[in-house]
Structure formats: structure tokens, C-alpha cells
Design a protein around this ligand. Structure first.
Ligand code: FAD
Ligand code: NAD
Ligand code: ISD
Length: 440
């Protein structure tokens, strides 16, 4: 047996950083042997969203330490020194290869067994690979995935070597849209390929998607929808073209793959209950083993706003809040918010920023979507402002807003939180000059 800690955070991403901050705040730091973070990444936790945005800028790109957690919540930036100063051990560049929940031990790839009294699983998710869809070529020198800092560095190198060339972006979700915008900014021509009818199919309505697709098209992005890549033509270790199911051949100097993510649950197969592709937890983020908690992308938890329905979110706000929730539940077991089994009072919140655009979404995109605002392309220097409310039983279940001011975003969040009547939201939007759009 190697070292043993009272608390171990397994994974060194967004949730780990926010859990460490919450722990340090509640305990004024940790004593030796109390808390460690084990991460297979070589650096302290950082704000992963920066990788597809500021990290890829052609000029003035963000680099560490500027976006270590918890920069994204306007908190202090937790550098390696911060962990030292707070007595939290960082075990970096170390992969946990097996976990034994009964014995409360983790085995690392360096051969060390690390014991815990309480484990917080924060292993996040990994990018789905083309090979899972029967397409070979992920190992080609110019094929890029984007999940880690290492991936982002690789992508920057490949992108710089393709200036003026062609990129094929496979997938029309969050990664596809954010990377396409970054590629355009770096003067690489983009063709996006995905099987769906429109981009960001998990969230956008066809009308919302149409706005973004037109905006991207005006920047030169070509959309190839309703088909998928059948194979990659590889020569001398590099992809030269993507061959589509419909027979088309897209020449490529580089390929970016963003075809979804899978939660990293494998270490706990057969040991912890699972749901929705993640580790099932209660409202305290506690798994089916009372000494193990799970947070962030890997955790599926009951959401009070959704009547206690179990959901798993792959978004940064959720990682931040579930991490804090778990620490609160662990350190204050009888605390008000940490009632056993109770659903978590979390308001789902996602956002993205691409080009000069910026959207926010709150709640659940269930029910009938009613659109508001002006969906026409903004003129030069102008700002788009539009959105949608998802309505069920006359009440707002979810809201999306592009270009909202802080006050408008907060108004939408509060309408969803209180499940406001759509008539009241219509009046509120009307007072801000945002009328409902005519639905076809
Ligand atoms: P992660 O941040 O992925 O951290 C998991 C950590 O666990 C990693 O350090 C990983 O290496 C480590 N790990 C996994 N398995 C092991 C193991 N066996 N041993 C040791 N370590 C292990 N969300 C938004 O809401 N808005 C955005 O704009 C946005 N942009 C994004 C951009 C990119 C490029 C990506 C990839 C994601 C983005 N997200 C965004 C999603 C958001 O980053 C995630 O929801 C968030 O990072 C989840 O935090 P997490 O701690 O659960 O997982
Ligand atoms: P996603 O699920 O958002 O999108 C996957 C896309 O790939 C969809 O368009 C889907 O139709 C397409 N697809 C699926 N199979 C395909 C195939 N065989 N060929 C071509 N296209 C295929 O996932 P993502 O964009 O890869 O994002 C990965 C993770 O990163 C997710 O967890 C996401 O939430 C997170 N992320 C979030 C943000 C944000 O919230 N702003 C930004 C970047 C990444
Ligand atoms: O681009 C981003 C983003 O979305 C974050 O959460 O950077 C981070 C933080 O804002 C880092 O400062």
C-alpha cells in the first residue's frame, strides 16, 4: 500500500478545481495527508472551455496559468502554488488504472495503490472516436480531437501549418461549431459534415440553427448535412480527403473531429450504479456506495426543477456546481442543502461564444418552442438579439437567448427558475423590444 488520504478527488478537470476551492474555503486549507487530486493531465485543473475559444485565437491567445480554475467563475486562479499553499496534494501525470470500491483503493499507472476514506469521482468525459463509427484514421498526423490541453496544443500546431488550406470538421455540435469559428479566424477554409438536419441538434431549434448556419456561411463555412464521413483517404500518414457516404470527396489539409463525448465511468463498471451513461448519484452527489461521490460530466443526478428526473450534463456550470454541492454534502453532512436523496436544486445552464456571437441557455428544451426577437443577420458591427422559450402547460421550461445583456440573461434564467407563465415572459420581453417572431 502506498499513500492514503482522507479525501481523494479522482480526475483533475473543472470539477476537481472547484471542489478543491470549496474544500479550502470551508476548511481553510487541508492538513497533510487529507486531500489529494489525481489527474492524468500534466497540469493543475483548468477551465476546459477556453480550449476551443481563447486558446485558439490567432493573436493574443490565452495560455496557462491565466485560465486555471477557478478563473471562469471570477474566483481566484488556482495555480500549482495555490494547491501547495493550501496543503492539497496534486498527483499529476498519473492515470488511475483500476479502482476497488470495497477496499477503498485506487491503483495508478506508476504502480502505487492510493487509499481513501471518501472518494470524489471527477473523471469527466472523453471524445468519441471515429473508429467507434467504423472510420479509420484518428492516428493520422493532421486529425485533431479537442478534449485536453495536449489536444489543443496539437490542434494549434496543425492549424498553423494549414494557413489558407482546407479543414473538414466532422460533427456539427459544440466542438464542431466552436472549432469551425476558430479555424475561420485562423484563415483556414472550413467544410462541416454531420448527419443531422441542422447544427447543434441537441439544443437548437431548426430556426435557431438556421441563423447560425447562415452566419457561418457568410464567413465562408460550407455545411454538408444529412450525411457522414465513410472513410478518410490517408497518404504518408496524413489525411488528404474525406470520403462521404454519398460518394462525395472533400479535400482536406486537416480534419477536426467533434462527434460527441462519453463519460469516463469504466473504472467503476460493476461497482457503482449507472444511469444515462454516467454514475448515478443522489441529490448529495453520493453514489450507490456511500463513501463515493461523483461530480461533473460523469455524474447523473436528480434535478429538482425537472421533478427529480435524473439527468447528466456535459457543461462547465454543472461541473462547478456539482463539485461544490458534493463538498458541502461531505463536509456538512447535516447541512440544510444536503438532505439525503433530495433532488439537487440546479438550474441547467449552457453557453457558447463564437465569432461576435454569444448565447446562453437555461432549463430544459422540452415542450413547444416559441421564438422571439429578430432572426435576420446583423448588419456590419450590429448585434443579433433573439431567442426561444420552450413552453409546456403554459409555463416556461427552458429559454435560449443570443446577444442578451447581463440583465436579459438573468431575466430569462429567473423566468425558467420560477417556471413563469409564458404570457408574463411575453410581456417582459415586449417591454425590452423583443416581440415574438411569427411562427411558420
Ligand atoms: P473534465 O474537465 O473533463 O475533467 C476530467 C479530468 O479527469 C481530466 O483531467 C482527465 O484527464 C481526468 N481523468 C479521467 N480519467 C482519469 C483517470 N483514470 N486517471 C486520472 N485522471 C483521469 N461547457 C460549457 O458549458 N461551455 C463551454 O463553452 C464549453 N466549452 C468546452 C470546450 C471544450 C474544448 C471541451 C472539451 C468542453 C467544453 N465544455 C463547455 C464542457 C466542459 O468543459 C465540461 O462539462 C467540463 O470540463 C466537465 O468537467 P469535469 O471535471 O467533469 O471533466
Ligand atoms: P455534441 O454531442 O455536441 O455533438 C456531436 C455532433 O457530432 C452532432 O452534430 C452529431 O450529429 C455529430 N455526429 C455524431 N456522430 C457522427 C458521425 N459519425 N459523423 C459525423 N458527425 C457525427 O459533441 P461535441 O461537439 O463533440 O462535444 C464534445 C463534448 O464537449 C460534449 O460534452 C460537449 O457538451 C462539450 N462541449 C461543450 C461546449 C459548450 O457547452 N459550449 C463547447 C465545446 C464542447
Ligand atoms: O473561454 C473561456 C470560457 O468559456 C471559460 O469558462 O475561458 C474560461 C474562463 O473564462 C477562463 O478565464
Amino acid at each position: 500500500m502506498g499513500r492514503a488520504f482522507a479525501y481523494v478527488i479522482l480526475g483533475g478537470g473543472v470539477a476537481a478545481g472547484y471542489a478543491a476551492l470549496e474544500f479550502a474555503r470551508r476548511r481553510a486549507g487541508a492538513s497533510p495527508g487529507e486531500l489529494c487530486i489525481i489527474s492524468d493531465e500534466a497540469v493543475a485543473p483548468y477551465e476546459r472551455p477556453a480550449l476551443s475559444k481563447a486558446y485558439l485565437l490567432p493573436q493574443g491567445a490565452a495560455r496557462l496559468p491565466a485560465f486555471h480554475t477557478c478563473a471562469g467563475a471570477n474566483d481566484e486562479v488556482l495555480t500549482e502554488q495555490w494547491y501547495k499553499d493550501h496543503g492539497i496534494e496534486l498527483v499529476l501525470a498519473t492515470r488511475v488504472i483500476s479502482a476497488d470500491v470495497r477496499r477503498k483503493t485506487l491503483l495508478t499507472d506508476s504502480g502505487e495503490t492510493i487509499g481513501y476514506k471518501t472518494l470524489i469521482v471527477a473523471t469527466g468525459a472523453r471524445a468519441s472516436e471515429l473508429e467507434e463509427f467504423g472510420v479509420r484514421g484518428s492516428d493520422a498526423a493532421n486529425v485533431c480531437y479537442l478534449r485536453s490541453l495536449e489536444d489543443a496544443d496539437r490542434m494549434v500546431g496543425v492549424m498553423r501549418s494549414c494557413h489558407g488550406g482546407n479543414a473538414v470538421v466532422i460533427g456539427g455540435g459544440y466542438i464542431g461549431m466552436e472549432c469551425a469559428a476558430a479555424l475561420v479566424a485562423n484563415e483556414v477554409k472550413v467544410t462541416m459534415v454531420f448527419p443531422g438536419k441542422h447544427c447543434v441538434g441537441r439544443l437548437f431549434t431548426p430556426k435557431i440553427a438556421e441563423f447560425y448556419e447562415k452566419y457561418y456561411a457568410a464567413k465562408g463555412v460550407v455545411f454538408v448535412k444529412g450525411t457522414a464521413v465513410k472513410s478518410l483517404e490517408v497518404s504518408d500518414g496524413k489525411v488528404a480527403a474525406a470520403i462521404l457516404r454519398d460518394g462525395r470527396r472533400l479535400p482536406a489539409d486537416m480534419v477536426v473531429v467533434g462527434i460527441g463525448a462519453r463519460a469516463n465511468t469504466g473504472l467503476f463498471d460493476g461497482q457503482l450504479a449507472v444511469e444515462r451513461g454516467g454514475i448515478k448519484v443522489n441529490g448529495r452527489m453520493q453514489t450507490s456506495d456511500s463513501a463515493v461521490y461523483a461530480v461533473g460530466d460523469v455524474a447523473a443526478f436528480p434535478v429538482a426543477l425537472l421533478g427529480g428526473a435524473v439527468r447528466r450534463f456535459e457543461h462547465v456550470d454543472c461541473a462547478r456546481r456539482t463539485a461544490r454541492r458534493a463538498i458541502e454534502a461531505i463536509l456538512e453532512p447535516s447541512g440544510g442543502a444536503a438532505e439525503e436523496g433530495k433532488a439537487f436544486g440546479y438550474l441547467p445552464y449552457f453557453y457558447s461564444r463564437v465569432f461576435a456571437l454569444s448565447w446562453q441557455f437555461y432549463g430544459d428544451n422540452a415542450g413547444e418552442a416559441v421564438h422571439f426577437g429578430d432572426f435576420s443577420p446583423p448588419g456590419a458591427g450590429g448585434k443579433a438579439k433573439f431567442g426561444a422559450c420552450w413552453v409546456s402547460g403554459g409555463r416556461v421550461a427552458g429559454a435560449f437567448i443570443e446577444g442578451g445583456s447581463r440583465e436579459e440573461n438573468e431575466a430569462m434564467a429567473s423566468a425558467v427558475r420560477s417556471r413563469a407563465a409564458i404570457a408574463d415572459v411575453a410581456a417582459e420581453l415586449g417591454s425590452r423590444g423583443l416581440g415574438f417572431a411569427d411562427e411558420e
